[in-house]
Design a protein around this ligand. Structure first.
Ligand code: ATP
Ligand code: MG
Length: 455
């Protein structure tokens, strides 16, 4: 090698030299591989030609031309199975294609959004959840067309050189407010650089909302318990101190103390009831229950309360047995909670009506039973309706507390109905009363008619 050539060689990085060497050697390796693969065929052709020379007197020149042409055809003609015969570099493009398609299959099987980018940040592939997340996501477009957060884009542009995965969280306002975590992972091995980039997305909104709800729930429950407890402690201290020998004060305080204690009992009962229903949320009830039986039982337990309040209470029935898969006690509790609300928030001397209606099956939807609890009380303003079934949500906290309300009654109703795969519909207008309708699916094993029942 001349001095100049040596200088040039020294100036080139070792990896580049390796690559040039590999490129120069590639045709020789291919020829060697083809010859090796067809060696026995070449030997066989050689033997046949030699036999023809010896036995049939074929000209040696012709025989040599025949063998040389055969070897040339083995070396030069394109072969469909070349990629299988050739090891190493020649097989690489096919192997890369296979790896990419295996990765597409894997990404498609993942439940979370996955986007594969080239080193410049253009989308090479995205799975169905990713397309569901971003309607405008297209293969070939730049990732910044769907995620514009600077931290995320920095993570993507830095990925090819960083060589390790990073996770960034960001908030989105459009089309819906949500918090996302994006893991940006360069697909490179060891110290390699410049490979494609895998982006894995996770929606954090739901998890964070549940955590917030849990924290709110504990804060609300402790607050609800703390108020009657503080009041009880105040009365006890007064009776132990200044009002020690005051029998009049004792007479006045004791009923209030008893009321505070029973308020705490009600709250704890409601909390236990809610947690019991929540615990069984994923176990659908299996018993067959006749809703007329539930209506009868609810009426029996509510009648004494209705008598105390001077309300008119009419309970309708289904004309035939209305069989659902359900838990009788839980369904009775649903009706009790709804009727208690109607009595509690309705105007004194008003009316509470329960209507029962069968909704026949329509198309693929099976038949349903609807039970509506209707009152002619003050009604509820529309802005409160979507939040009524939240735990501890009350339209008027002071008035609910005054009436012994814990704010958990409708949350229990909703959980019981969820477990029964049923629904709760609330319709109300201020000044026009409220209608709470529960809907339950007809059981498949419906019993034959037994005639109409009256109530
Ligand atoms: N029939 C109704 N008419 C008017 N307001 C109602 C009616 N039913 C419920 N509400 C409103 O919805 C709120 C939530 O009801 P929910 O039954 O969950 O709690 P509560 O009645 O306050 O307490 P609890 O039922 O645990 O004793 C009530 O505080 C009340 O403001
Ligand atoms: Mg209630």
């Amino acid at each position: 090698m001349s001095d100049q050539a040596e200088q040039v060689a020294r100036a080139l990085p070792p990896r580049l030299l390796e690559r040039i060497g590999a490129a120069v050697m590639r045709p020789f390796r291919e020829v060697a591989a083809r010859l090796k693969a067809s060696l026995w065929l070449i030997v066989a052709v050689g033997v046949i030609m030699a036999s023809l020379v010896l036995i049939a007197g074929l000209s040696k020149t012709f025989a040599l031309i025949g063998v040389v042409s055969f070897v040339a055809s083995v070396v030069l003609l394109p072969r469909p199975d070349a990629e299988h015969a050739l090891p190493g570099a020649l097989a690489r493009p096919a192997a890369t294609a296979r790896t990419a398609s295996a990765m597409h299959v894997m990404a498609d099987a993942l439940p979370d959004p996955v986007i594969l980018l080239n080193p410049a940040g253009h989308v090479l592939f995205c799975n169905a959840p990713a397309r569901g997340l971003f309607a405008s996501l297209r293969e070939g477009s730049h990732i910044s067309s769907v995620i514009r957060t600077p931290e995320f884009l920095d993570a993507v542009s830095g990925a090819p050189d960083r060589g390790r995965a990073v996770t960034v969280t960001y908030a989105e306002r459009v089309p819906v407010g949500r918090r996302m975590a994006a893991t940006v992972a360069p697909l490179t091995r060891g110290t390699e650089r410049g490979g494609n980039i895998l982006v894995l997305l996770r929606d954090l909104t739901e998890g964070e909302r549940i955590n917030q709800m849990r924290a709110d729930f504990i804060a609300n429950a402790s607050h609800e318990l703390r108020t009657p407890l503080a009041s009880l402690r105040g009365f006890i201290e007064t009776l132990q101190g200044t009002a020690k020998d005051d029998s009049g004060a004792r007479e006045r305080f004791l009923p209030i103390m008893a009321e505070q204690a029973s308020r705490m009992t009600r709250l704890i009962d409601a909390l236990l009831s809610l947690s019991r229903v929540e615990m069984n949320a994923h176990v659908p009830p299996s018993d067959l229950v006749d809703l007329n039986d539930v209506l009868n039982h609810a009426k029996d337990t509510l009648d004494p309360l209705v008598r105390e309040t001077a309300f008119r209470f009419d309970v309708g029935r289904f004309p035939r047995p209305a069989i659902v898969r359900g838990d009788r006690d839980e369904l009775v509790q649903v009706l009790q909670n709804l009727v208690q609300n109607a009595l509690k928030y309705g105007d004194k001397g008003g009316q509470v009506r329960i209507e029962a209606k069968h909704i026949p099956s329509l198309g693929r939807q099976g038949g349903r039973y609807a039970i509506a609890v209707i009152d002619n009380g003050p009604g509820i303003a529309p802005e409160h309706l979507p939040r009524l079934t939240e735990r501890f949500y009350r339209v008027d906290v002071a008035s609910s507390r005054e009436k012994g309300g814990t704010g958990l009654g409708l949350a229990i109703v909703k959980h019981i109905l969820n477990r029964h795969k049923g629904e709760l519909a609330i319709a109300s207008m201020p000044g026009k009363g409220s209608t709470f309708t529960i809907m339950l699916n007809e059981a498949r094993a419906s019993q034959p008619d037994k005639g109409a029942a009256t109530g």
